[in-house]
Design a protein around this ligand. Structure first.
Ligand code: GDP
Length: 496
């Protein structure tokens, strides 16, 4: 349906380095055909990405600095400023996956921003179940952590992670008194565990300047998180200025990062575009609906809530019971008059019920506006599956399809929905979770940024505690215009 000759012009907002081979990653050149984004990356972000790519090539896999860093890691011996200058001129940040794909996409985007802010090379531990999902993002040097990388298995062992945790090292580093003239020592590698904000082996002081200045000396950091911890990076004093310069539009941080970093592989792109062309392309309007069920007992009441939200907020027309029913043949597109408008509702869910209920409700009925409503659901996997590449591929395809819809309804507390909303940069309505006493069925989100569900406690850093006398700093959003509490997760925060 689309003319390929437009592809080059459309892909070019400068986000991608020139020189990529089009065939190796079609989505890089074609994604703009499916979604128009108003969000433009800042010139500073573009220049930062170009210098990051240079760093990634200079320090990439099997280069001299990379090989030297492996030697330092294997030796296990502390390094100091004199050695880090020469031996490990390149520093590394390893991302490890935890939880579902939504969690992984938002944490990978956050980890990349942390790499940009700390001049580290990002290597992603893309396990077998993720190997086929994304294109190589960096021109000329791979990003996938090699299987034989020494910290890869260590990261899967809680005891070993704890033994080498940044939290422990940070505690010890404050106790160690370094004589003024001796170079400051640091371990060759550390694990940072920000998983679900459980700061058990990781004090939340990760988000403090004093910790960051210590971590800066460590050649290789290995990071575990399932969260979008970007908002807290914006609050670290030594990062703030740079973060704001990179992203003057704070609502588009995830949007740019995910586009740059997580382009669907050709295999994924073919599935996405094939579904889109077959089912969604011809509709006049597309509504995406993501139904994540955390408590099965609420499935029976969810359809009503969904319907109320779709009709009241996304203007899905109601059924007109006074008009005669359509025979099944007259509702087929061939028999519609050319002026009939069609709305396609894309449903994604692990469960088939919502699609079944809604499509039965609308099937062969006329709507008050005369619009024809069509429902589609690409898959219903039944339950979340782990270590299953095909299952993750379906999830990625659906996250992308949702992001291509003009209107979007996502589920409260679900990172799957966050991942889709930020990708499309299209402010969604959030279906509120039944059983929590909400009167409304859904609420408009404050921004397209994912919610950081487990931000660190406020007044967490030494500097904050020293300044605590004068004002009430108990709420991190206070006095920060670009930070708000999330509509669906009140203790969480998001950039707006
Ligand atoms: P969250 O648990 O809702 O925050 O989202 P995650 O994406 O982190 O984890 C849920 C996982 O369950 C997804 O990655 C998928 O594997 C699966 N899943 C949940 N909802 C859907 C859906 O609508 N479609 C598909 N294909 N998979 C889903």
């Amino acid at each position: 349906a689309h003319n390929d000759s437009n592809a080059h012009n459309l892909s070019d907002d400068g986000l991608f380095a020139p020189g990529f081979d089009e065939k190796s990653c079609l989505s890089r050149f074609q994604h703009r055909l499916y979604r128009k984004s108003e969000r433009k990356p800042s010139a500073y972000l573009l220049s930062k990405l170009r210098s990051y790519e240079h760093l990634h090539r200079r320090c990439g896999l099997y280069t001299d600095p990379y090989n030297r860093t492996l030697t330092v890691i294997r030796s296990g011996e502390d390094v100091d400023d004199t050695t880090t200058g020469s031996i490990t001129a390149c520093k590394y940040l390893i991302w490890h996956p935890v939880n579902g794909l939504g969690n992984r996409m938002i944490s990978l985007a956050s980890t990349f921003l942390y790499a940009l802010l700390t001049d580290r090379v990002l290597l992603a531990d893309l396990t077998q179940d993720m190997a086929d999902l994304f294109c190589e993002p960096f021109l000329g040097s791979p990003w996938i952590l090699p299987l034989e990388f020494p910290l890869r298995n260590l990261a899967r062992n809680g005891k070993l992670r704890f033994a080498h945790s940044a939290g422990k090292a940070l505690k010890n580093s404050t106790l160690k008194v370094t004589p003024p003239d001796s170079p400051a020592k640091a371990p060759p590698f550390l694990f940072i565990n920000l998983y679900q904000g459980k700061y058990a082996d990781e004090p939340s002081s990760f988000y403090c300047d004093e910790s960051q200045s210590f971590l800066r000396r460590v050649p290789c950091l290995s990071l575990l998180s399932d969260q979008y911890f970007v908002p807290s990076l914006f609050l670290i004093k030594s990062f703030k200025k740079e973060a704001i310069r990179l992203f003057p539009e704070k609502e588009a941080v995830y949007h740019h990062l995910v586009h740059y970093l997580m382009l669907p592989s050709n295999q994924a792109w073919e599935l996405i575009t094939r579904f889109y062309e077959a089912n969604l392309a011809k509709a006049d309007e597309r509504i995406g609906l993501q139904v994540r069920v955390f408590e099965e007992q609420f499935i029976p009441i969810l359809t009503d809530k969904i319907l109320t939200c779709l009709q009241n907020q996304t203007h899905l027309p109601k059924i007109d019971n006074k008009k005669p029913k359509l025979s099944s043949s007259s509702s087929s597109p061939r028999n519609q008059t050319p002026t009939t408008t069609t709305t396609a509702v894309l449903i994604t869910s692990l469960y088939p019920q919502f699609y079944q209920n809604l499509s039965t409700m609308y099937s062969n009925k006329q709507t008050v506006s005369g619009e024809v409503i069509k429902f589609y659901q690409p898959s219903h996997e039944g339950k979340q599956r782990f270590e299953d590449g095909e299952h993750n591929m379906k999830a990625l395809v659906e996250i992308y399809l949702l992001s291509m819809c003009e209107k979007l309804v996502i589920s409260a507390d679900s990172t799957f929905g966050y991942a889709a909303q930020g990708l499309g940069a299209n402010r969604a309505w959030i279906l509120l979770r039944p059983g929590y006493g909400f009167l409304d069925s859904c609420v408009r989100d404050l921004s397209v940024e994912p919610c950081f569900q487990w931000p660190p406690p406020s007044r967490n850093c030494i500097g904050d505690r020293n300044n605590s006398g004068s004002s009430r700093h108990d709420d991190v959003t206070e006095n920060v215009a670009y930070l708000k509490h999330c509509e669906d997760w009140k203790s969480g925060v998001k950039l707006v």
